[in-house]
Design a binder for this molecule. Sequence first.
Ligand code: GDP
Ligand code: GDP
Length: 453
Amino acid sequence: SDETDWELTDLDGEFDGEEHLAMPTLAVVGRPNVGKSTLVNRILGRREAVVEDVPGVTRDRVSYEANWAGRRFLVQDTGGWEPDAKGLQQSVARQAELAMQTADAILLVVDAVVGATATDEAAVKMLRRSKVPVILVANKVDDQRVESEAAALWSLGLGEPRMVSAAHGRGTGDLLDDVLAVLPETPREGTGGTGPRRVALVGKPNVGKSSLLNKLADDERSVVHDVAGTTVDPVDSLVELGGKIWKFVDTAGLRRKVSNASGTEFYASLRTKAALEASEVAIMLIDASQPITEQDLRVISMVADSGRALVLAFNKWDLVDEDRRLQLDREVDRDLVRVPWAQRVNISAHTGRAVQKLVPAMETALESWDKRISTGRLNTWLKEVVAATPPPMRGGRLPRIMFATQATTRPPTFVLFTTGFLEASYRRFLERRLREEFNFDGSPVRISVRVRE
Ligand code: GDP
Ligand code: GDP
């Protein structure tokens, strides 16, 4: 048949991202020193526990990939988040609340030797409202003597305390079996979009990606630093920005600079692809102090192909003077033609300038990306536009546009049913008018044409 499907082919191409979405998240919460990290390491299957013995060490909230009985899932170590003595109860309760928003199942870890404390109870109070399954873990049950103390944790009202010794591995296999029994096959965020939005930080090497990640995490006092001796890189980082949790995906390479002398460019492009695939919105960094390069264009091209929402962050703005600024404007006009709809934010990851502006820009972009226009509104608009500016004649005939519908969101994808071929320039015209009418700032829009004779 005479069917022209332009760009729609991208949809079932390499960027479906479902692979990454398919992993549910298990969050491990509890007050400091109950053994959360030891348990996480145990779940990840490392023999040697990676533990900070110093109480009060702030750890970042990160996710690691785990595998038990052939099922893969993410383990979110909420760490000892802001464990200062006075705010401890609120802090642990808050941690539990975050887990309720971001995870698919939760382990609350309690120290069986110490017994339930007021802080544990604050967490329990919060977790009683949880819509996702919560399992109570009585840790440090190294031998039978502690079991009677552990049994006292029934009083917390979270059901049976699962007795384990994270340090020695006692009971952890049974615990994981219990976890898999309640953990859904797929994460809820993939379905309803209720989990944290997923962000990819992309850009050529040395553009400031890791500096920005650190700056963003820093501003919210969830210090990004490496836990001594950690051998497994976290997959994602959770960062609280503008009162919401965002999941920065595939940050492993950013947090821990992988030095690879050979094949850097190839490696970097694989990373970029993986991050885009796992994300909903990309922040693409461009070094504003230097001319835009081929390497930038390759990243832009990957972002455009990915169909993700996009924010362009012109970084190192602290180094930009008036001359450079004018030059940059020309480069942008020349080089960013594929993504004219992307919002621009001028930032400095170094000084922190304007980094908070990334949040509303991401929110706008995601809103556009999720937007659905009803068929009624769409066709009313289309009729007017086509009546005022009909498509150009082709072969002595005027193609008629009969009907339009929005086939998908994320990104918005429209299908036009016509009686003849539409010139690329006319399709671009329609996209422009569509954007003016319905506002898709920050999101790509795809238009597919189906020719019906
Ligand atoms: P977190 O602050 O909750 O992450 O706790 P850690 O994993 O850092 O552990 C705190 C302390 O408890 C460390 O000294 C661990 O060695 C110790 N610990 C962890 N699990 C066990 C356990 O099962 N038995 C015993 N006896 N000690 C443990
Ligand atoms: P990545 O490779 O994209 O993760 O880049 P990095 O975050 O490692 O940054 C590369 C270099 O640029 C480092 O020396 C940073 O200190 C520097 N840098 C990053 N952001 C800025 C900025 O906003 N201004 C300035 N002057 N330097 C920056």
